[in-house]
Design a binder for this molecule. Structure first.
Ligand code: GAR
Length: 209
């Protein structure tokens, strides 16, 4: 089986990136993180990259005179590292059409709730768990989905749920959700590494044989 060359895009501390890396080192996920890209110069994920000798780049559209220049630099970076598949792990920036066209059905995102609930612009990190608790939802969970032009909208590859307890705070719920993310995200990536995913009209079909 060949190894899937990944780019991880992240804006924050990168604990999901670390969990994916762990699954690779434990030989559960047949992939390689070839490059880490962040839109935040001080993101913890960049330190993680340095500690693990993974090439890393801070690339923000704000530092380029045009979108064309930004994509030129981004594509050069991805091509240079022979990236086949992009994993968003807490990347707080909308993915633009040029990147989606370059990697059709090859960009995966993780969202810390059960989409289509509690998603969309401004719904990220702790805001999601606050909204879930405020609404009084009895279950929450995670959604791993392909990325399209709309926020939190692409075809769903995998979902896992857990119960929200009456005593939960956004922090306690967030902790359990993150553990679920660490246990699950690599499994969804592995499906693509094994070439077991077919997409037909928004429906993701997993080949089980
Ligand atoms: C993760 O919980 C992920 O689900 C969330 O950001 C966190 C990143 O944490 N993503 C979103 O909310 C996207 N809408 P990490 O930097 O520790 O991996």
């Amino acid at each position: 089986m060949s190894i899937l060359n990944l780019a991880v895009f992240a804006s924050g501390r990168g604990s999901n990136c670390a969990a994916i890396h762990r699954a690779i080192t434990e030989n559960k996920l047949k992939a390689k993180i070839c490059v880490i890209v962040s839109n935040q110069p001080d993101a913890g994920v960049l330190d993680f990259a340095d500690k693990n000798a993974i090439p890393r780049f801070y690339i923000s559209s704000e530092n380029f005179s045009s979108k064309d220049e930004f994509y030129k630099q981004l594509f050069l970076t991805l091509d240079m590292h022979q990236v086949q598949f992009i994993v968003l792990a807490g990347y707080m920036k909308k993915i633009g059409t040029p990147l989606i066209r370059k990697y059709p059905n090859r960009i995966l995102n993780i969202h810390p709730a059960l989409l289509p609930s509690f998603g969309g612009k401004g719904m990220y990190g702790m805001y999601v768990h606050e909204a879930v608790i405020k609404y009084g939802a009895k279950v929450s969970g995670i959604t791993i989905h392909l990325v399209d032009e709309e926020y939190d909208h692409g075809a769903i590859v995998m979902q896992k749920c857990l119960e929200v307890s009456p005593d939960d705070t956004p922090e306690s719920l967030g902790k359990r959700i993150q553990q679920l993310e660490y246990d699950t995200y690599w499994q969804a990536i592995q499906l693509f590494a094994e070439n077991r995913v077919a997409i037909n009209n928004r429906k993701v079909i997993i080949n089980n044989c």
